[in-house]
Ligand binder design. Sequence first.
Ligand SMILES: NC(=O)c1ccc[n+]([C@@H]2O[C@H](COP(=O)([O-])OP(=O)(O)OC[C@H]3O[C@@H](n4cnc5c(N)ncnc54)[C@H](O)[C@@H]3O)[C@@H](O)[C@H]2O)c1
Ligand SMILES: O=C(O)CCC(=O)CC(=O)O
Length: 357
Amino acid sequence: MSLPAHNSFTYTSSAARVIFGAGSLQHLVRETDLLGARRALVLCTPGQRAEAERVAALIGERCAGIFDQAVMHVPIETARHAREVARELGADCAIAIGGGSTMGLGKAIALESELPILAIPTTYAGSEMTPIYGITEAGLKKTGRDARVLPRTVIYDPELSAGLPLKLSVTSGINAMAHAAEGLYAPDANPIMSLLAEEGLRALAEGLPQLVARSADLAARSQCLYGAWLCGTVLGNVGMSLHHKLCHTLGGSYNLPHAETHTVILPHALAYNAPAAPEAMQRIARALGTDDAAQGVHALAARLQAPLSLRELGMPHEELDRCTDIALQNAYANPRPLERTALRALLENAWQGRAPE
Ligand SMILES: NC(=O)c1ccc[n+]([C@@H]2O[C@H](COP(=O)([O-])OP(=O)(O)OC[C@H]3O[C@@H](n4cnc5c(N)ncnc54)[C@H](O)[C@@H]3O)[C@@H](O)[C@H]2O)c1
Ligand SMILES: O=C(O)CCC(=O)CC(=O)O
């Protein structure tokens, strides 16, 4: 795609060291040493304690302890507890192994202490590539951007995502695709991020069906993790719009599951924005090998047997009006102006699980 004459942009590269490939966890000691860490605190969810113990065993005496209480959306109480544990143990680095929830906990610690994070992602959420943090206090999730929370080193080892349940692999992959799709019509989009976005979409659109056919296939896992890396980079570098705003409203105010909510909303958000962002839609469709971006994402999700409706995620129908109001509360950039009636119709379609209009 050629650069239009009127195109001007600012591009700041976020530095992160990436080690990618099957078996790359073997480089953990080298990478820990390169960060100068002697007392690393290993972070995980309760369900990934075994993976954290493996990390602890690998780094041996460099491990100060394991904190295994990461949960979704980083409750402030958990963040305070983890910060306290890090302080008490004299930790000089946080090693986060897991998905976006564990990365989020590492970021909550780094935000106050500037502890470097070494991230070992095991889902496709992409948080490891972003300076975005989120903390939930009194039922409200606040997000922000801060360079201190961007992980310094990321080890992408597809072998570690082999245990990710297939359903979550699919929805997590579509969560990643959403970052790239919105990145293509971001107000601060730039040609570099758009290249990564299109390639990330292509990698996931190819890799996810392969995963569904053979969930432990290492080539498919590598392809999806590669896509997730690129899509996460886009999320970290350009602003998100309507789709992410709706997902944060549904997740934050109604506690709907994160990756599944992204999966249901994405085709509808793209259909809403399609008339105002034709070039982005063309690039998304091209990456998916289809004619229409919104219909293409919907068809892909259906083919992967992903959830298609807010109803099946437990969203109460009577809350759709209030949800529309919340989504309209704060102004943010979006290619198409936010119109109440059209947004309410979008949510209705998503609730019913219809194809996007
Ligand atoms: N700040 C950012 O840039 C950013 C980006 C994306 C998501 N997020 C946040 O991340 C959270 C969601 O992250 P997520 O979707 O990765 O889910 P998650 O981290 O909550 O993981 C979901 C579940 O899967 C388990 N799991 C993860 N990897 C596994 C594996 N390989 N094998 C077996 N089990 C595994 C986890 O232990 C957890 O129980 C949300 O809070 C979201 O807001 C933040
Ligand atoms: O909740 C956060 O920490 C921010 C998440 C974000 O912007 C990406 C997403 O919704 O997947």
